[in-house]
Design a protein around this ligand. Sequence first.
Ligand code: HAM
Length: 404
Amino acid sequence: MPPESSLWQCFNEKAREIFQNYNYQEIIIPIAEDAGLFSRSLGRDSEVVEKQMFLIPRKDSTLALRPEGTASVIRSFLENNLDKKTPFVKLYYIGPMFRAERPQKGRLRQFNHIGAEVIGSSNSLIDAEIIALCCDLLDSFGIKGYKIRLNSLGSSKEKQELAKALRKTLKPKLKKFCKDCESRFNRNVFRLLDCKNETCRNNIKSLNLSAEDYLSVESLNHFRKVRLSLDSLGVKYDYDPCLVRGLDYYTGTVFEIAHPNLGAQDAIGAGGRYDNLVKELGGPETCAIGFALGVERLMLAADSRPDADFSDLILYIAAMGEEACKKSFLLASGLRKAGVSVEVDYEDRRLDKKISRASKSGAKFLGILGEDELKKDAISIKDLRKGTQDQVPAKVDSLRSRLC
Ligand code: HAM
């Protein structure tokens, strides 16, 4: 709803500008895809696939409303042979995602992502650049106080070894975990690491997990370089060995950005590497990394709420009487064609009421067209910020140069 919709658009526009600075190009992905694409990419046991997909059964297949963008981007990348044409691609997308969750503050069934994917590089500088890009986006939205958590999951082989080790360590302690964790244990042991239940969190904390225990020298080196590059940019983050992310495709660097304004659903964005997904979806071995910010959560995190100041309206004309209305009607049409935003108050009400509406509208100028102005073929213009007032000929050109 307005005026919040202006803030929403403003985030999208700023995001486009920043993506351009980083040389990303826009990809427009479909709203519905074959459901199998998501189960293959995100994992059959991931919460999103297991519980949250809106499915549309068809005669010989099932479609799903997209719960996220990464799988679709990689499917499009392969379908359009980009792997053969351009070995390095940087794409961004802005649009709605759908997850059948129980709605609550910050958790919606339809929400929007501002996301990006970089396909074709394993360089650790790209990991750091992606995180820095998230910070640039958040800074440009005026969001302060966010915290970045960072971890590395290692290659898929290391991930499997970690899963094995976790199962071994956690099996005897399983009774101390919540019912959900008990059932997650066999299907996806990583999900025990980011359970929100306080007791489960404490149990996991006491394991004192550390990347050094399960990452190879190569993965540790990559992770060290990512951290050094972030340090060199002055990007602050916390290393969190329990950060695993709920989607199966992640390997290597993973990160999540949280904001204290949000309460239980505090992640405003997240991302990471998924170096196996292109291959798993039928392409060649290709490294990739990306992220997505949740626009509605960004709006909850934004300190300043939108108000009338958010309006782009330049002129609010208070037209007094039938003649003045007709004249304002024509003037407004000419001004709008000349690129000036105009609102005309045609209603039959007192001038003071129209003036108060003009102030609430957020317009920069109030134009008054009454009997006196009609006689002089002029319009009174009041600068609503400075409080100054003068009269200008009631002509599109004169008004335009007075207002802009
Ligand atoms: P995700 O963590 O599932 O990652 O979603 C990213 C962000 O979307 C979350 O941090 C949150 O802000 C927002 N979000 C998720 N679910 C909801 C919801 N139900 N209501 C409101 N906001 C929500 C992904 O989707 C990955 N595709 C990110 C990525 C891109 N990783 C690599 N490339």
